[in-house]
Design a binder for this molecule. Sequence first.
Ligand code: HPA
Length: 278
Amino acid sequence: MNPIYEKLQKCYESLCTKIDFEPVVGLVLGSGLGDYADDIKVEATLDYHEIKGFPVSTVAGHKGRFIFGYVKDIPVVCMQGRVHYYEGYPMEEVVLPVRLMKKMGAGVLFLTNAAGGINYAFKAGDFMLIKDHIASFVPSPLLGENVEELGVRFPDMSQVYDKDLQKMIKNVAEECDIPLQEGVYVQLTGPAYETPAEVKMCRVLGGDAVGMSTACEAVAANHMGMKICGISCISNLACGMTDKPLSHSEVQETADRVAPLFKKLVTQSIIAIGEKIR
Ligand code: HPA
């Protein structure tokens, strides 16, 4: 058996000995949505370290656990704390949790993150619907022998972020009167923030926001045929766009400040999506 699939299967079996829950939506919680569990009718939680072989996040402020529960009546599994490439894990480990969510039964993947705005029309505290991404600066999670059990060798990438899900999220934002920007997310490795020259490069390439996660997860989820959507919380304008140096605490503070609105947008979107797909 392919070693990547074997590891996934082992994690899944380990999880199944502890949890009996079939999610419809897999939600990845970025900075600012860390305490999203408050909005969920929690059925169970499972710390990552309780799953044999599972990669465990080391970033301060990132809890590492799955939360299983209901948003209204939609069964959801949330990743509270993702694994980042900059922590030193190979890409196949970074995307293992997303693959696991699909194995549990989630057909929809809802990605969230904090990101730096590189579009001049954006300001700190904005939300951006991810329409597409640039992942060319990080290794593909699909490198190496293809895991046939998961998907094809050369997956199509023409519509990674599902058009119908985008429409639903836009409708929800409008109904809730939450301003929603749209754009292209660029993933870089981090962990250093970008230089002003790199920010300019991303903008010239067509990016609107930059971050250190998400696109690789979308690549793996697309490979498995999941329906994907994503929203970035623009926690700051990227380096060189203001006079101030950038700090993780600024990113966290802005994300925390707009978290209640971000949560509302995510919750109402999940309800809209859940009602549509059942
Ligand atoms: N750059 C990269 N990642 C980020 C940023 C940024 O400016 N803000 C939040 N995550």
